[in-house]
Design a protein around this ligand. Sequence first.
Ligand SMILES: Cc1cc2nc3c(=O)[nH]c(=O)nc-3n(C[C@H](O)[C@H](O)[C@H](O)COP(=O)(O)OP(=O)(O)OC[C@H]3O[C@@H](n4cnc5c(N)ncnc54)[C@H](O)[C@@H]3O)c2cc1C
Length: 358
Amino acid sequence: MSFAEQWPAVEQFIQSLQHRVLPDSVDHWPAAELAELQQLGADRWNIPAEYGGDELPDAEMMQLYRQLARGSLLLTFILTQRNAACQRIITSDNTSLAEKLLPRLCRSELFATVGISHLTTSRQHLNTPAVQVTSDPESDGYLMNGIIPWASAASTADVIVTGGTLQDGRQLLAAIPTVRPGLDIQSPVSLLGLGASHTTAIQLRNVRLAADEILHGPLEKVMSHGAGGGAGSLGTTAVALGAAEGTLERFQREAEARPDLLQFITPLREEAAKLAADFSAAAAGDTSGKRSAEALRQRANSLVVRSAQSWLAATRGAGYVCGHAAEQAVRESMFFLVWSCPQPVLEGNLREFTCSGS
Ligand SMILES: Cc1cc2nc3c(=O)[nH]c(=O)nc-3n(C[C@H](O)[C@H](O)[C@H](O)COP(=O)(O)OP(=O)(O)OC[C@H]3O[C@@H](n4cnc5c(N)ncnc54)[C@H](O)[C@@H]3O)c2cc1C
């Protein structure tokens, strides 16, 4: 079945999610909803055809993230982390590892996640790399020690794509089975939002890495090699924009009984439409002017936060009660201020919030 034929079922799933509030505490894992997503073919979407996937173009994948985030940020986020892991495998020269992993990922026999933020946005101010890599005296591979500070869905994943830094400053990325001795997945961390993503840290103690498990490197700045959505990429904007659009759709439903709210929703929806047009142009390759990845992410961050806050204000005390979709939207909107958010985007949002100009 082509993706176009699958789309109505995906849209129906998104619509059904719009009317549900998925529990977001660490005690919950959205197994049933993820299984539904897999049945809709989500694990195939980003995988090349030669490995059994649908090989959707990047622009289409981004629109999919946007649409899915209208329904559930939790599910979309878990999928993006899984796909980020796949992407690093797809762009690797290590084709034998790709042949081993990608068909199984595609068939949902394996689940993967990514723990790479310590090579991009996390712990950048520290002198010692979060994950140190040394030669393994007993093989032609390596030993990994340290801590992967962030990995979502870690307890469910069979494979984690992660990396570390050698003594000479070069870095590598590898795909490691999560059952590898010395790899200790911590308990899921309680979070402001998205606790059900089971995000946590992973301790590495002399974790053996075989040479044939390396995907990229060792080389300088390994994260700038091998395409596929770095920190603050357009894909992350797709998720933020979709989350804002989903919030505004729910807010709009509130206005059905209270038309006085429309005066507040309308400007937000107009802003979302303008951002969506610029985002779509950027996804199609036009990143000129205000359509740079950073500028779009900054606008999306601002919109998702203001949309959720406006909706909460409109829902009054009822929306402030735990379990209401509006309070969840407010908490989840904060996620974009910290997740995969490069320094210039963060500074832009801070300037806006503190009214400190540009
Ligand atoms: C819910 C969630 C899920 C995530 N999932 C994943 C995932 O699956 N995979 C993945 O790779 N990443 C993931 N991330 C990581 C994310 O993309 C960011 O890298 C992360 O949020 C950055 O925050 P940090 O606290 O690690 O940043 P840091 O910059 O390391 O900040 C940590 C602390 O150090 C302080 N600090 C910062 N700079 C300085 C300085 N110059 N001097 C002194 N102190 C300083 C800060 O104030 C802060 O208190 C996730 C994050 C969240 C919140």
